[in-house]
Design a binder for this molecule. Structure first.
Ligand code: WTA
Length: 661
């Protein structure tokens, strides 16, 4: 089926700076890198420091569980901190942190942390974890912190002593935390009394207290004082971070642990379409290699840059491109604590101006947020320092691309949309100004980066025709791929390597146009992308049915002007219960508390039955079509075993029911 996605496949925009090559020249260069991808990646891995070089570039004796640079030894914290602190970058600022609170005209709170400061602080925290808490290689800790400097510091300190960590986004609620802590078997959790967002306090410690009732492995809680609110410290479990650190000598040093390349660095959870979230286990050597490569190629990073990735560290973008990437490259970066529109909608533009940001990595949701308030808010500020922009997390619509390119990019800078996933560890498809630029097209993702064999395939796994929708896959292993799903290797195999045997299935729909550009269209599964954050419909449904009056629930994502997508729910009530707004509010309160604010349901429709296939699968396409008022087309998707007549019948029945209300 040929489709018209109404995407500007033919429009080409040339950035003012950089080496621009046409698509076919890039494709030729790219082919040469994937032909001998092992040696290609080994060449890149040699650019980072190893205590010991690997014995094998890739141990592929047990696919799909690949071990990159097997036998090599390195330490991620050493790469990000020691190398710079002990070298010429000792006095260079690593992080300019801006707190959210705001005085008259000037920021009330700014911290400038040099690489040497970072070294001292990370060593002290590593000392604390190792000596006070007796944590060692093989242990896991949980981190639930707002965007404050302690967050990267604790991550680096854990990496220093070989302790793996799992960060939970500080907007997540109690159930989401408990589930992750249990799965990860975290022994210690680091949190804060509270965080600041939009001028309000987010009570993080309170959430941890609630979560830990259900998380048996956690023995200790370390609490950073940030918001100054009551932290309800429970003896002997809870201790203040600043008090514990005060007991440690300023010159405390902890040798970085020599980690094997295939030792886990961290676990980060992604939403499952069924069952509990999947803990993606990232290794050390392959991960640091992909992060290093993409910092150079995608962000064209150099010492003079002022880099700013606006992502929260709670998501993979923050792991790779706030913590490990920029620090590994010895850059100076901005880190901002709070809301993009506090105290006014120009906050981000003012940060760009104040710190002379040159490389900006943000998201389509943020960009649409800027657009909503209009360009006057941007024009109050001089944003001419920006020389490169990338976005991530969801497809960028051409209108948002054009607006941002004009208003912030002054019609001349390179502006890309980098495609990747928590699973991939680093960016996979993107413009690579650090190598060669192909002309931009508004909304495209560009082409796979060197060494990445990504493609769009049809239902049988054969290369899809140009311009036709297919599934995105990665054919060859790459550094940065997960080691496994934590505690569930079988699931890793099933989810990613069984749809098309032996090759990585990403779960996104995509089109490759006739020039070879990739356009990611969105998830092909039941993950909803709310402001770029993935939520599984299953997770939401499990919370909704907690309400005593709910018998069954189905959640789908519907388009939203700012957030890209938002969840709506169809709910069947137990007999004898009356639907109403009070009930809607109660259901939403559960969702917010247990999963988090991002999961708030935009609408709740009360129905008496749900459209299902003969094998009892919910026909989500029907639900979606009814809400958005779109027409059900003449095809069935792969996922549905229902005939088109059944789909149609279900559609009109549901429409009738909602219309009657
Ligand atoms: C989506 C975020 C379109 C995609 C780094 C993917 C994108 C999911 C883009 C992973 C982009 C990410 N254009 N879609 N530039 N980047 N996605 O794990 O659906 O939070 O599968 O990782 O985000 O989300 P995750």
């Amino acid at each position: 089926m040929a489709v018209n996605w109404a995407l500007p496949f033919d429009e080409k925009i040339y950035p003012e700076k950089g080496v621009v090559v046409e698509a076919d020249a890039y494709t030729r260069m790219h082919s040469s890198t994937i032909g001998d991808y092992r040696n290609f990646w080994a060449g890149i891995a040699h650019e980072i420091d190893w205590y010991k070089t690997w014995e094998k570039i890739i141990d592929d004796s047990n696919p799909p569980f690949y071990k990159w640079f097997a036998g090599g030894e390195l330490n991620a914290c050493y790469l990000c901190v020691d190398r710079h602190a002990m070298g010429p970058r000792g006095d260079k600022i690593a992080i300019v942190w801006e707190g959210e609170s705001w005085g008259d005209g000037a920021p009330k709170e700014t911290k400038r942390i040099t690489y040497r400061d970072l070294y001292k602080e990370v060593n002290k925290v590593a000392y604390l974890l190792k000596n006070t808490y007796k944590l060692k290689k093989g242990d896991m800790i949980g981190i639930y912190l707002p965007m404050i400097p302690e967050l990267p510091i604790v991550m680096l300190a854990a990496a220093r002593i070989g302790v793996a960590f799992t960060v939970v986004f500080s907007g997540f609620g109690a159930d989401a935390i408990a589930e992750r802590m249990n799965d990860a078997k975290a022994k210690l959790v680091v949190t804060a009394d509270g965080g600041l967002r939009g001028g309000k306090i987010i009570y993080t410690k309170q959430m941890i207290d609630e979560a830990l009732g259900d998380a048996a492995t956690v023995r200790d809680v370390l609490v950073v004082r940030r918001a100054g609110c009551d932290a309800n410290m429970l003896e002997p479990r809870d201790r203040w971070y600043h008090e514990e650190l005060a007991k440690i000598p300023d010159n405390a040093r902890v040798e970085p642990e020599r980690m094997k390349s295939e030792d886990p660095l961290y676990v980060l959870y992604t939403s499952g379409t069924t069952g509990k979230p999947k803990g993606q286990v990232h290794d050390t050597g392959g991960y640091m290699t992909i992060v290093h490569a993409t910092m150079k190629w995608v962000f064209d990073a150099n010492d003079e840059d002022m880099y700013w990735c606006t992502a929260d560290i709670g998501w993979v973008t923050g792991h790779s491109y706030v913590v490990f990437g920029p620090l590994m490259e010895g850059l100076t970066q901005v880190m901002y604590e709070g809301s993009p529109i506090y105290p006014e909608p120009d906050r981000w533009a003012s940060i760009v101006e104040r710190h002379r940001v040159s490389v900006l990595y943000t998201s389509p949701t943020a960009i649409r947020g800027w657009m909503r308030f209009g360009e006057d808010f941007v024009k109050r500020h001089d944003v001419s320092s920006v020389r490169l922009i990338h976005s991530v997390g969801e497809p960028i619509n051409p209108a948002a691309f054009r607006w941002f390119h004009r208003v912030v990019g002054r019609d001349r800078v390179l502006f890309g949309s980098t495609w990747w996933m928590t699973e991939t560890g680093g960016i996979m498809i993107s413009h690579v100004p650090g190598k060669a630029i192909i002309p931009m097209k508004p909304g495209t993702n560009g082409m796979p980066i060197p060494g990445i064999d990504a493609d769009v395939v049809d239902v049988n796994g054969a290369a899809q025709k140009p311009g036709e929708r297919g599934y995105i896959v990665i054919r060859k292993p790459w550094p940065g791929m997960p080691l496994t799903i934590h505690g569930n290797p079988q699931r890793y195999k099933e989810v990613y390597f069984s749809r098309f045997p032996g090759i990585y299935y990403a779960g996104d729909y995509a089109v490759k146009d006739s020039d070879g550009y990739f356009w990611i269209l969105g998830r092909a599964d039941e993950v909803i992308k709310v402001a770029g954050h993935g939520l599984g419909t299953y997770e939401l449904e499990s919370e909704i049915v907690r309400h005593q009056s709910v018998a069954e629930a189905a959640v789908v994502g519907v388009p939203d002007d700012i957030k890209g997508e938002v969840p709506v729910a169809f709910v069947i009530l137990k007999a004898g219960t009356e639907p109403g707004d009070g009930l809607r509010e109660e259901i939403n309160a559960i969702v917010r508390e247990k999963i988090g604010h991002i999961a708030t349901l935009k609408d709740i429709y009360f129905v008496t039955r749900l459209p299902k296939t003969r094998s009892a699968k919910i026909m989500r396409r029907v639900l979606k079509a009814v809400v958005t008022g779109t027409v059900i087309g003449d095809t069935t998707t792969l996922e549905e075993e229902a005939s088109i007549d059944e789909v149609r019948a279900a559609y009109s029945e549901l429409q009738k029911e909602l219309g009657n209300k």
